[in-house]
Design a protein around this ligand. Sequence first.
Ligand SMILES: *Cc1c(COP(=O)(O)O)cnc(C)c1O
Length: 394
Amino acid sequence: MPLSSVRADTLVTHAGLDPERNYGIVNPPVYHASTVLFPTLDSLEQANPFEQVYYGRYGTPTTFALEQAVTELEGGYRTVSAASGVSAVTTALVALTRSGDHLLVSDCAYAPTRHFCDHILARFGVKIEYFDPRIGSSIGQLVRPETKAVFLESPGSSTFEISDVSAITRAARAASQHQLYILLDNTWATPLLFRPFEHGVNVSIHSATKYIVGHADAMLGLAVCDQASHRQVKETAGKLGTCAGPDDCYLALRGLRTLSVRLRRHQDNGLALADWLARQPEVSRVIHPARPDHPDHELWRRDFTGACGLFSIVLKTCSRAALAQFLDHMQWFGMGYSWGGFESLILPTNLNSARTATTWNEPGVLLRIHAGLENIDDLISDLDGAFKRLRAAS
Ligand SMILES: *Cc1c(COP(=O)(O)O)cnc(C)c1O
């Protein structure tokens, strides 16, 4: 069966496996490697880090199995793995821009992505300009002769705006005279819920730390590249030395096998929590793209095949003491960074000065919620207790 006609939940179960290369054992072994030996001078001189096992920093068969699996799932050309999601973002940006270039970045991009652009790329002479994630085809008006790349993230971090990726890539390319690279942080959708290459993207980036690893026990990034971008991204990864550890690649491969079933549960729990939260008088807004009351819901329905478990709510203004009563003493919701593991999380998020091309001036407290795999009734009663403490403290 050609890969393009295999359904995603079958592919996620089998992609990247090659038992015949390993005594018939289902999963690839974890190769720990630095030195790779070449038996002859000829083989040493002809060795090619792009086409074979060459040196640990360029990957091992464990790395390649994961890269192959994610490439097959997204329909890219090849994937470059990196030590973290941030490292996949920064490697791709360094690979595709140079001094004097203009880089357009979505205003709702993950905060550390913005920090890297503002504080590192800008120091090396790349001009950064932020744009409204809902810009659509008007992006054409921002493209200059020196515009080299557009960086998208959809849904946006914390605020979940959906970008019209097709309209943006089409208009940006139409306004450009030369090769323009479109990068997309696809972490929220995972390789299963949005198909970047069908929307004109060159590099699809994942913090595999989140749902791909899925168990809150490894840091890992993946940049799925098309043919036009792969060589530069792979070369740059080798030069920056941003390689992923073999155990972490193994954990990501293991996590990948259950991604489809986990995501369904994350989605169901997330939507049920969102519904319940929308009925609480202290909640002024639920921000979840899969809900009909989300401003970009129609676009989400057009482009995505599902939702993960991550969304936000806005809690009406309350005292810090009341907020602490709400957030402390939770039984199942943990407070901490990252998301995409099996467990539920809740995190107050401060967007002050985190947006420059759009404005976030909604009163109240923005809370990011990750719906884990627990029983929904237990999660709701945990939140119910939190609202009772909030009311008692107000
Ligand atoms: C977490 C995250 C990253 C960074 O990933 P790390 O693996 O933590 O470095 C990048 N983009 C998005 C959207 C994220 O949520």
